[in-house]
Design a protein around this ligand. Structure first.
Ligand SMILES: C[S@@+](CC[C@H](N)C(=O)[O-])C[C@H]1O[C@@H](n2cnc3c(N)ncnc32)[C@H](O)[C@@H]1O
Length: 444
């Protein structure tokens, strides 16, 4: 399991146009007739109407996306899987991340650590405060790319405003967001800190010369990936073709030499007959981040492995996974535009590309170690002690355990990488080992 999916399905997302036998024009006509029937009806139930209309609007958006993808595929006789994934997630009108929908949380498709509990952001705030001290306590930029609904930003800024007002007063929080829908959600959620003048949105390139920390949580796993297979010793690439009633796959020569270079850099190739993902967008991203950072840190949280494990011979089918209504599946060609598609990331590549751009690795570990180092247990004990209702205290404990549990939680599959530039060799707060953490007497 990658992202945490902990609840039964709640949100409705309909099936592809071909599944119910309607094409997009028929769906459009149906929506218009449905609207007319309800508007003309004297005592219609407006909630039912809105839900039904919403259902068919989503249906229509998805049909449009399938149609556009099929046209694109036909015009060039097949597209790489990376191009297909890019459109499915980020098509300017119909992509999964572009359209207005609930993606994160109980009513969406998956949970992220920042949506599980504010404790995640509060602990990261402690690390950021130490980084600010290490950089001399001057002007400090926190840049967050792919902030989703903005919960991590909110929790960090809330914590700093309360516990470290001096730092809060000299920080600028810059958000870089591709999705217009998420950008709007961020704006809605972050009103208070916007009014305090702490937040602004920008492009990655606008950050050139930045001093501070560049953070992301589950950004890189959302970049489009190339799907690669090895047959008879040769690397080949998956292309997506139009099968008329849906999408199909064909193995073709590599779309770019960069894929060969990628495997040369990590010094390993997938095993014979195996399928795997290559995230070339992650390479460009790491390079760009390293270039814009003048002095400071890059803190990346995501699920993934070192290349040795990601491309190990026993991993036959890769790590591509789709999320829809808190269920996972391995079929990126269904629910196109209505489900998230992700793949584990390769931390070896991030480290190697970072090093080429003068980013040193200061920390690499599992999320549970990282959070423990920052005082997870102490925070849990303190929060529990403030909770007078035993049922709420129990619920809090269960919720927080999700962040650190290896099995069925986010503690082990999620990793944290901290790189830095022009900051000597600091001993980071998160590096504190579990055996060095002192518990208050009577805690257990
Ligand atoms: C899985 S969500 C992570 C959400 C959030 N970080 C959290 O912890 O809840 C991925 C986010 O990355 C954004 N995204 C993907 N590619 C991006 C890019 N190239 N630049 C900026 N944002 C991007 C998506 O729009 C989405 O907000």
């Amino acid at each position: 399991m990658l992202k945490y999916v902990g609840y039964p399905p709640v949100k409705h997302c309909s099936y592809a146009a071909t599944d119910n036998g309607m094409n997009h024009l028929q769906v459009q006509a149906f929506v218009m007739v449905l609207s007319l029937v309800f508007v003309l009806s004297a005592n219609y139930n407006s909630t039912f109407y809105l839900h039904t209309l919403g259902y068919f609007m989503t249906q229509n958006q998805k049909s449009e996306l399938v149609l556009k993808l099929q046209q694109q595929i036909d015009s060039v006789d097949g597209i790489s899987f990376a191009e297909f994934m890019e459109q499915a997630l980020y098509h300017p009108e119909y992509g999964y991340y572009t359209t207005a929908r609930n993606r994160i949380g109980k009513k969406g498709d998956f949970f992220t650590s920042s949506s599980v509990h504010s404790c995640f952001g509060k602990l990261i705030a402690r690390q950021l405060e130490q980084m600010w001290q290490l950089l001399g306590q001057g002007r400090f930029i926190i840049a967050e790319q792919g902030a989703g609904e903005g919960h991590l930003c909110l929790d960090i800024l809330d914590a700093l405003a309360k516990k470290s007002p001096e730092f809060y007063a000299c920080l600028e929080y810059r958000l870089i967001e591709l999705s217009p829908d998420n950008r709007q959600r961020q704006e809605d959620l972050l009103q208070q800190h916007l009014a305090a003048g702490r937040i602004s949105w920008c492009e990655l390139d606008d950050l050139r010369g930045m001093e501070g920390c560049f953070i992301s949580n589950e950004l890189v796993d959302a970049f489009p990936v190339h799907l690669i297979e090895k047959h008879a010793g040769e690397l080949q690439e998956i292309y997506v073709v139009n099968k008329g009633d849906g999408f199909g796959e064909e193995l073709r020569p590599l779309s770019t030499n960069l894929i060969k270079e990628y495997f040369q850099r990590v010094g390993i190739e997938p095993g014979e007959g195996n399928r795997c993902e290559v995230n070339l967008a992650a390479c460009d991203w790491m390079q760009q981040v390293a270039i814009v950072l003048e002095r400071g840190f890059v803190l990346t949280v995501d699920y993934g492995y070192l290349a040795e494990e990601l491309y190990a011979p026993y991993r036959h089918a890769g790590t591509l996974l789709c999320y829809h209504q808190h269920q996972t599946n391995e079929d990126p060609y269904r629910e196109v535009g209505c489900q998230d598609i992700t793949a584990h990331i390769d931390f070896t590549t991030l480290q190697k590309i970072g090093r080429q751009q003068n980013l040193d690795v200061f920390y690499f570990g599992q999320q549970h170690q990282f959070l423990m180092g920052l005082g997870f247990l102490e925070m849990l004990i303190e929060m529990e002690s403030l909770e007078t209702d035993p049922n709420k205290a129990q619920a809090l404990r269960m919720n927080l355990k999700t962040l650190i549990l290896p099995e069925g939680g986010m503690g082990e599959s999620f990793k944290v990488l901290i790189q830095g530039k022009n900051v000597a060799t600091p001993e980071l707060l998160c590096s504190k080992r579990i055996r060095d953490i002192s518990m208050p007497a009577g805690a257990f």
